[in-house]
Design a binder for this molecule. Structure first.
Ligand code: SAH
Length: 342
């Protein structure tokens, strides 16, 4: 039987029409499931008994199994979910003044091989299904009895390497009769898979795009991120310009500060020159050390200088605060650790 979380509203409408029902029932069903959290089709009192029975034969509504929950002193909560095939994935909930954000994982492992990121230490086993993406949100909502207001697809995996499922996930969580997470509150982060950026720019739902940049020239970016050899910086930036022209959405460039690698002030100047003219802002990310890698975190004084230098050169930039670093939930630390499985 299919998990209900796998179907988009248009697909559900098609299924209903094909089985002699009315398309508008789809809205009612979405509302029961996503808004009212009613998982028993039998209780959906405003639809016909025949349809209720039909739905119960077609779908189950089941959340991902929560394997472990860790809570940080700053309120960040990390979930380890166990999938039907026993794979483990991580999802992080962050509480901010503006609401609650969930950082969603898009694949089991990752093949992008960025030299600083813990996620890539485990090779990609498979893409997550639509239901496995959606249930990362709905499980957290149920577990903490809260509503999620913001979603970032920045967990383990490369979302544009699982493009179709990620887009269906976005359509479902954005739907007005469902979770209603606004398109301006949804961000997808990519290491820079250029053809997918163009495809993403054409989507009807206009969500935010974040690019993991981390270096201002190809020589350095090739060392840090193997994907740069396939899609060099110029190609990524051209795609970003098109993305802005087509969507009107400002791009976020993520830039991890790595001590002695990309954090000197000349490099801040180089970065400013590179992205000047693009409607964007830079998110400076303090590096979270990963045991297996040699990189070190930039000192806070240098991070502040780097930040100020970008501002002085007319670039919008923020220095991101760390969340959940005491539970290995900070960026780049999402990975399955054996001790969590015990
Ligand atoms: N594959 C996507 C999404 C996952 S990475 C992408 O590359 O954008 C999400 C963000 O975490 C990226 O900007 C990534 O570069 C950053 N990140 C990875 N490892 C990190 C680490 N050790 N410390 C801080 N940020 C890290």
């Amino acid at each position: 039987m299919r998990n209900f979380y796998d179907v988009t509203i248009t697909e559900l409408q098609d299924i209903l029409v094909r089985s002699g029902q009315k398309a508008y029932n789809a809205d009612q069903i979405f509302k029961w499931v996503y808004e009212l959290k009613v998982f028993d089709f039998g209780q959906m009192t405003n639809i016909s008994k025949a349809l209720r029975e039909q739905l119960a034969e077609m779908f189950i509504i089941k959340e991902l199994e929560i394997h472990t929950v860790q809570e940080s002193s700053d309120g960040t909560v990390k979930y380890l979910f166990k999938l039907d095939d026993e794979s483990l994935i991580e999802t992080v909930l962050m509480r901010n003044d503006y609401g609650t954000s969930v950082c969603v994982t898009s694949q089991v492992g990752c093949n992008m091989g960025c030299s600083f990121c813990a996620s890539g230490l485990i090779k990609k086993a498979r893409d997550l299904s639509v239901y496995e993406l959606v249930s990362q949100i709905t499980s957290v909502e149920q577990h903490l009895s809260i509503r999620i207001t913001n979603v970032v697809v920045m967990g383990t995996g490369e979302p544009f390497d699982n493009y179709d499922n990620v887009m269906d996930f976005i359509r479902i969580i954005n739907y007005k009769q469902g979770l209603q997470i606004g398109s301006r509150h949804i961000t997808v982060s990519t290491c820079g898979i250029v053809p997918k950026i163009y495809q993403y720019a054409k989507e009807t739902i206009k969500t935010n795009l974040a690019i993991s940049l981390h270096a201002a020239n190809n020589e350095l970016r090739n060392q840090l991120m193997p994907i740069n050899k396939a899609y060099p910086i110029e190609a990524v930036l051209d795609a970003c310009k098109t993305y802005f022209d087509m969507t009107g959405r400002r791009i976020t460039f993520e830039y991890i500060l790595l001590k002695g690698v990309n954090d000197n002030l000349d490099q801040a100047d180089e970065l400013s020159d590179l992205i000047r003219g693009i409607n964007c802002y830079v998110n400076l990310i303090p590096y979270n050390p990963v045991l297996e890698f040699k990189y070190q975190k930039t000192d806070i004084s240098r991070a502040n200088e780097f930040h100020q230098r970008l501002l002085k050169r007319g670039i919008n930039a923020i220095l991101r605060r760390e969340q959940g670093s005491d539970i290995d939930a900070a960026c780049g630390q999402l990975r399955y650790k054996k001790e969590n499985a015990i």
